[in-house]
Design a protein. Structure first.
Lengths: 415, 280
């Protein structure tokens, strides 16, 4: 029947691509769990975001902030190596995901109360995290570009702390999208390498399989039947694991594997099954390599992509065979739904999640009202190593007391 | 390098206060200060003897001892002696405040001026000398006026320091202190009466009309005083003479400022023959 045979071959091939994709993704996840590439990428993204290339400044304070510190075990030590791969191989205990809310809260807290966690920054009388104190102590961040971003976020919030927080979260989310992009690109290369290795190792040659399926009706029918059984509704997260997939591949009695040697695809001594030319050069060298590359490239596109294609092909096929009509399925949009932070916050100010304290006038600073700056807002000295020391309780016994004779001459006070 | 707070002595002197400059004050500091948001008041927990026994430590810092690490000086921009003299120690940043928060500001060392007043912090030194308290509130008011800020920008170290209770100084009531600062800022406080430059004219054949003497003075009057106080009578009012005058004033219940004004002249007149220095 015209159309049907080609489509059935296509379905068979797609099914095999799906299986190879899942296999490679499973291996990739296995490697990921060992290398923790996501965490390294996230750290790199945070460094980029905080404009702290070496990771020794704000990034260290950020990772050591209790809100972030609790997300991973151990402590944060900035890696000297700027190479991502070196950092991946060295291993890391950092989190592979940091919620935007934690990021924004930690940043504002560092700005208001200083980077160090100690008795003073955890005291009930420590400054409130409100727009005024964040602005006044902004130099605590010791990072001009981040200070500017936070100030902008505050200014655009029109006196609403939650909105300022949402602004910072949006900034973080934007950068994290880019980090996902970097990660995806790198992963694609790794997955391609894995696909190629798996393809060659299992000798999954697209050309040979097409050849085999187009000639072998029973095998084709069985494969298509198996492909249709695969519920496309599960396509978002195919819960097939490595072993199941490998078993599936083995059970299909396809011309894969090395049992028949290098030229295995073609049954030995059956010249009719040979494709096109009879040239040995094509059959023994070019075709296997081309076939492997085709499989590897196709599998790199990922199982979700091939599930979608399979769905489409099913629809086409069902129009050819109306009595087997399958419900039409739209290709799934894999984008995460955009966050609705801004809206929920706006409709419910003051009670939204992440509300860390409505500014309370403790000192009269807020009494001036929003928009009126109580001080000249410039601080040139951020918190530093000597901000935490004082000599008020001076022990003058370590130095001789200054006698009256040693005092300098006084002026003034006499009319 | 000359640091930012070089305006302090002139501001204090203009308020009628006594100011003494410690050598090298203009370029002393842990770097420069940032924007100044106010004043933090301290007391030194120093010795009971002398006008400003902690001055050396405040200037040079604390040496390491008994397991406590060394603390680099200066430890405050200003020292306030028991006679109400401000000692100008440093125009730069000082290690006086440490961890804490006032009006939401957390960098006390960078953003506040520190004044260390000489006091033991104990019951033996309470209440504070009237002249010292008066100079304290007037000095703080003068600085806040210069900064364009109100009395709420003056904090006690015990109020600023975190965690609460980390510091006990100053030992007086800060709210009452701020009230008197506010009164000076408003101009409702009684004006400061400076020491007259000269005694009132003589009456009934007694002494009178003598000029007020202080360190740096020379002449016959100085010689007379030196003879009375049993020190080499070279007619030169130097540090040694000043120290002895302070001791005499302390003995007689006067303000021990080493300045021989009308009150000290009267006391000196009561000394017949030679004055015997009390053993120290």
């Amino acid at each position: 029947m015209f159309g049907s045979e080609i489509l059935e071959v296509a379905i068979g091939i797609i099914f095999i691509y799906i299986l190879v994709s899942i296999l490679c993704t499973a291996i990739r996840e296995g490697i990921e769990s060992w290398l923790k590439t996501r965490a390294v990428y996230l750290e790199d993204g945070i460094r980029e975001l905080l404009n702290d290339k070496t990771g020794e400044g704000l990034t260290t304070h950020f990772y050591n902030h209790p809100l972030i510190f609790s997300l991973f075990s151990g402590g944060y030590e900035p890696s000297e190596s700027s190479k991502l791969l070196t950092r991946c191989v060295k291993g890391t205990n950092l989190p592979s995901y940091i919620p935007a809310k934690n990021f924004a809260l930690a940043l504002m807290d560092i700005a208001a109360r200083g980077p160090v966690t100690n008795a003073a920054s955890s005291d009930p009388y420590t400054p409130l995290v409100c727009l005024d104190t964040v602005r006044m102590n902004i130099a605590n961040l010791k990072n001009e570009s981040v200070q500017r971003v936070v100030l902008t976020a505050i200014d655009c919030a029109q006196g609403n702390l939650n909105r300022a927080q949402a602004n910072i979260e949006a900034w973080y989310d934007g950068t994290m999208d880019r980090v996902s992009g970097w990660y995806k690109r790198q992963t694609q290369w790794i997955v391609f390498g894995l696909c190629l290795a798996v393809t060659v190792a299992l000798n999954i040659n697209t050309i040979t399989i097409v050849d085999y399926l187009s000639q072998n009706n029973e095998a084709r029918a069985a494969l298509v039947k198996r492909a249709i059984e695969l519920d496309p509704k599960d396509s978002a997260s195919p819960d097939l694991n490595y072993d199941a997939v490998k078993q599936e591949l083995n059970s299909m009695s396809l011309p894969i594997g090395w049992t028949a040697g290098w030229g295995a695809p073609r049954r030995a001594g059956d010249p009719e099954s040979k494709i096109g030319t009879k040239s040995e050069w094509w059959n023994d060298i070019f075709a296997p390599f081309l076939g492997w590359f085709m499989t590897a490239f196709a599998a790199t596109l990922g199982a979700p992509f091939w599930f979608d294609v399979l769905n489409k092909v099913m629809v086409i096929r069902s129009t050819v065979k109306p009595h087997e009509k399958s419900p039409e399925e739209a290709s799934e949009d894999r984008q995460f739904p955009t966050r609705q932070v801004e809206e929920t916050r706006n409709t419910n100010p003051g009670t939204g999640q992440g509300n860390i304290g409505v500014p309370i006038a403790r000192t009269g600073l807020q009494a001036n009202g929003v928009g009126v700056l109580p001080y000249h807002w410039q601080t040139r000295n951020p918190m530093d190593n000597e901000s935490s020391i004082d000599g008020c309780d001076i022990d003058i016994s370590t130095r001789p007391a200054t006698s009256d004779e040693e005092l300098p001459a006084a002026e003034g006070g006499v009319a | 390098m000359i640091y930012s707070l070089v305006w302090l002595p002139q501001v204090l002197k203009s308020a009628g206060l006594k100011v003494a400059l410690v050598d090298g004050w203009e370029s002393r500091g842990r770097g420069d200060v940032g924007q100044i948001f106010g004043v933090i008041c301290h007391h030194t927990v120093g010795s009971k003897n002398g006008n400003m026994p902690s001055l050396g430590t405040l200037t040079r810092g604390r040496a390491a001892s008994n397991g406590r690490p060394a603390l680099p000086g200066p430890l405050a921009q200003l020292g306030l002696g028991r006679d109400g003299t401000y000692y100008m120690i440093a125009a730069g940043r000082c290690n006086h405040a440490g961890e804490g928060s006032w009006n939401g500001l957390t960098n006390g060392n960078g953003n506040f001026i520190g004044i260390e007043a000489e006091n033991t912090g104990l019951a033996d030194d309470f209440p504070w000398p009237k002249v010292q308290m008066d100079a304290y509130s007037r000095g703080v008011a003068a600085i806040l006026t210069h900064l364009g800020r109100g009395a709420d920008c003056c904090a006690g170290h015990k109020e600023y320091a975190l965690p609460q209770g980390r510091k006990p100084d100053p030992s007086f009531d800060m709210n009452a202190f701020r009230l008197s600062v506010a009164a000076t800022l408003r101009g409702t406080a009684p004006p400061l009466t400076p020491i007259p430059a000269q005694e009132p004219p003589a009456q009934n054949g007694g002494h009178g009309g003598r000029v007020t003497l202080r360190r740096g003075a020379i002449g016959e009057l100085v010689q007379q005083v030196q003879k009375k106080l049993r020190i080499p009578a070279d007619g030169n009012f130097g540090p040694k003479t000043e120290a002895v005058v302070r001791a005499f004033q302390r003995e007689r219940g006067l303000v021990p400022d080493g300045i021989i004004g009308p009150k000290t002249w009267v006391e000196l007149d009561t000394v017949s023959g030679f004055y015997e220095l009390p053993p120290t």
